[in-house]
Write a protein that binds this ligand. Structure first.
Ligand SMILES: NC(=O)c1ccc[n+]([C@@H]2O[C@H](COP(=O)([O-])OP(=O)(O)OC[C@H]3O[C@@H](n4cnc5c(N)ncnc54)[C@H](OP(=O)(O)O)[C@@H]3O)[C@@H](O)[C@H]2O)c1
Length: 320
């Protein structure tokens, strides 16, 4: 089958590789399109190896057709998505939401599962309970508001009823974040974002893709019982942590990755994601913004779009 492989000098190239053989509990999916994720860039650079037992190929999410039933599905993968066919645990498949194209569907499941597992399962954001409990509407701060994760997280948190604050990388992106549903947005390059968040009263939940360089600021803006959910390290893996500030506000820091979770753990997250997100997609409260669609053979160009930054939402590789 056709797939993208990584050369010894970290370039992406189209190759012929053997089709995967499904393990017990797995099914084959013929891929229509594959979502591109930041983790793919790190894997190609050699700094983020696949977890044990996963395909060595890049690609954490696809849309495609089950070989056994012909049903159109989306699949959450530990690897292997940049290829014509992928083997995936049956429990990691979900149907394509009504109204979504195969291209949009290819960029949905990795961000949706990451955001639900963090904001809802780890962070305790209840979905839509605030109308019944006036005064309890939480404030959620989302960094990288126009990236794949951020664009989805803004819409999801807003749909759950939260007040959404977000940070972006340009003045242009401020208007984009507002269109996605953010209540307040700041340009991280021209504003002291943490002072700005404090002036707005701080945040109950912070969804953070920056990591080390934002750690002190993120802790500073947490309200009492606040939760800092770290999912990325675009600003490094280490930073300053004021434990006193954390203790005084009875706050928590939680850091997770989705990719290396066990099969049943991921299946549990996917069930919750399906239950919460699919209705929001189907009623139009959440859209999947697609910045660019490129053929599989142009994976290198697709990675450059993410590396250069300034994009909105997802970059997708068309496989067939
Ligand atoms: N832990 C998990 O389970 C999990 C799952 C999925 C993704 N992630 C991580 O989440 C992060 C975002 O993924 P993605 O697919 O959304 O990537 P993406 O589409 O490239 O988005 C990244 C966003 O972060 C912004 N950004 C880049 N460098 C930054 C910095 N130093 N400080 C503040 N903002 C910065 C970018 O803004 P500009 O465009 O303005 O540069 C962009 O909006 C990645 O680190 C990825 O590995 C983690």
């Amino acid at each position: 089958m056709r797939a993208v492989t990584v050369t010894a000098d970290h370039r992406l190239t189209a190759s012929d590789v053997p089709e995967p053989i499904p393990a017990p509990g797995e099914v084959l999916v013929d891929v229509i399109a594959a979502g591109v994720n930041r983790a793919d860039l790190a894997q190609a650079a050699g700094s983020y190896p696949p977890p044990p037992g996963a395909s060595p190929l890049l690609g954490l999410e696809v849309s495609g057709r089950r070989r056994d039933t012909g049903e159109e599905v989306v699949a959450l993968l530990a690897g292997g998505g940049y290829a014509e066919t992928v083997a995936v645990p049956e429990a990691h498949l979900l149907p394509v939401p009504r109204g979504l194209s195969s291209i949009e569907a290819a960029g949905l499941v990795e961000v949706a599962a990451t955001v639900v597992s963090n904001l809802v399962i780890e962070g305790g954001l209840p979905a839509g309970a605030y109308e019944a409990m006036p005064g309890t509407r939480p404030t959620v701060l989302i960094h990288g508001g126009t990236g794949g994760i951020g664009a989805f997280a803004i819409q999801f948190a807003r749909s759950c009823g939260a007040r959404v604050l977000t940070t972006v990388g340009s003045d242009e992106a401020i208007a984009t974040a507002a269109r996605l549903g953010a209540d307040r947005t700041w340009n991280r390059r021209t504003t002291d974002i943490f002072d700005a968040v404090l002036a707005e009263g701080g945040a109950d939940i912070v969804l953070d893709v920056v990591g080390g360089s934002a750690l002190a600021g993120n802790v500073r803006v947490l309200r009492e019982f606040g939760r800092l959910l770290v999912i990325g390290t675009l600003g490094g893996t280490t930073g300053d942590l004021d434990l006193g500030a954390l203790m005084a506000r009875r706050a928590r820091i939680i850091a997770t990755t989705l990719r290396s979770r066990g099969v049943e753990d991921k299946a549990r997250i996917l069930r919750r994601t399906h239950e919460l997100v699919w209705p929001m997609i189907e009623d139009g409260s959440i859209v999947v913004p697609v910045q660019q669609v490129l053929p599989l053979e142009e994976a290198e160009r697709a990675h450059a779009v993410l590396r250069d930054g300034g994009h909105l939402g997802k970059v997708i590789l068309e496989v067939r």
